[in-house]
Design a protein around this ligand. Structure first.
Ligand code: F6R
Length: 261
C-alpha cells in the first residue's frame, strides 16, 4: 500500500488526475471506476480542466460507479447517476451510454445487482477505481460488518453515514435514503488499481485503521491491505493518526520517477 501525504487539495487533484489521464493515454478503452461524495471532486475538476485544454480524451473509455441510493427518483439531483454526470461524465467526452451505475429503482434488486456484476465483468473489469472512505471506515457503501467477500448487493446505511451525508439533503439525515446498492468488497478488490482519497481530521481514525490497523469487517476499508496496487492519497489532517507518517513522507519524496502514475 502506497501512502501519499500531500500538501492538500491541489496536490491531490494533480496526482489523482495524472492517474486517470495517464491510464487513458496508455489504454484509450480503459474502464474507470468512479466514486461520488466530496473526496474526488478536486480530482474530477482537474480532469475536466485537462480535457477542456485538449490534453486528454475519454471518448473510448467506459465507467462504473460504486453505489446508488435505493428509491430516489430518476431525476433526483442526489441520485448518484445524476451526481456523477454533473460532477464529471457530462463535462468530458465519455459516451454517456457507457457510464453505468447500480439500478436503485429496480423492482428485482438481487437481479439488478447480479446484472451489474455481469456488466463489469463483460467490460473486462475496472482498470482504476477511485474510492473515498466514510468516517466509520466504509468504502463504497460497505458499512461495518460487511462481508470481506461481498459482491454487489443491497445494504442499510448506518446512522453515522446518514448524518454524514445529510449535507447533500438539506441537512436532514432522515431524508437520506436508508438503503443503497453497493459494489461489494470483493467486487472492489477485483479492480486492477485502487486510489483512495481522504481529507480532514474526521477521516483520521478511518485512515489509521485502513493503513495500519488489523484487517477486519468492522473497518471494511482494511480489506485494501490485501490488494497489491493501492494508493492512499491524503492530507496531513487525515494522516494525523498514522504512526509511520515520517516514513510515508520519505518514501514518496524519494519515489523513482518511473514509478509515478
Ligand atoms: C460514494 C462512496 C462513499 C464515499 C464516502 C466518503 O460513492 O462510495 O464510500 O466515498 O462516504 O464520502 P465523502 O467523500 O463525501 O466524504
Amino acid at each position: 500500500m502506497e501512502v501519499i501525504i500531500t500538501s492538500g487539495p491541489d496536490e491531490i487533484a494533480q496526482i489523482g488526475a495524472d492517474a486517470f489521464c495517464h491510464l487513458v493515454d496508455r489504454k484509450p478503452d480503459a474502464v474507470l471506476g468512479l466514486a461520488t461524495g466530496s473526496s474526488p471532486l478536486t480530482i474530477y475538476d482537474e480532469i475536466v480542466r485537462r480535457y477542456e485544454g485538449g490534453k486528454v480524451s475519454f471518448a473510448g473509455a467506459s465507467a462504473f460507479t460504486l453505489d446508488e441510493y435505493v428509491g430516489l427518483s430518476a431525476d433526483h439531483p442526489q441520485r448518484y447517476r445524476n451526481v456523477i454526470a454533473a460532477e464529471l461524465t457530462d463535462r468530458i467526452d465519455i459516451d454517456p451510454t457507457r457510464v453505468h451505475g447500480p439500478d436503485g429503482l429496480a423492482e428485482d434488486i438481487p437481479a439488478a445487482c447480479a446484472a451489474y456484476e455481469a456488466a463489469i465483468a463483460e467490460a473486462g473489469g475496472v482498470d482504476l477505481q477511485i474510492l473515498g472512505i466514510g468516517t466509520d471506515g466504509h468504502i463504497a457503501f460497505n458499512e461495518p460488518g460487511s462481508s470481506l467477500a461481498s459482491r454487489t448487493r443491497i445494504k442499510t446505511l448506518t446512522a453515522q453515514t446518514r448524518v454524514d451525508n445529510a449535507r447533500f439533503f438539506g441537512g436532514d439525515a432522515e431524508a437520506v435514503p436508508q438503503h443503497c446498492l453497493t459494489q461489494g468488497l470483493a467486487t472492489i478488490m477485483e479492480a486492477r488499481q485502487l486510489l483512495l482519497v481522504a481529507t480532514g481530521r474526521a477521516k483520521s481514525e478511518a485512515i489509521h485503521h485502513l493503513v495500519e490497523g488489523a484487517v477486519s469487517a468492522m473497518w471494511p476499508g482494511t480489506i485494501l491491505q490485501h490488494h497489491p496496487q493501492v494508493t492512499v492519497l491524503i492530507d496531513s489532517a487525515a494522516a494525523s493518526r498514522l504512526a509511520l507518517s515520517d516514513y510515508y513522507r520519505e518514501t514518496y519524496a524519494s519515489k523513482p520517477a518511473w514509478q509515478h502514475f
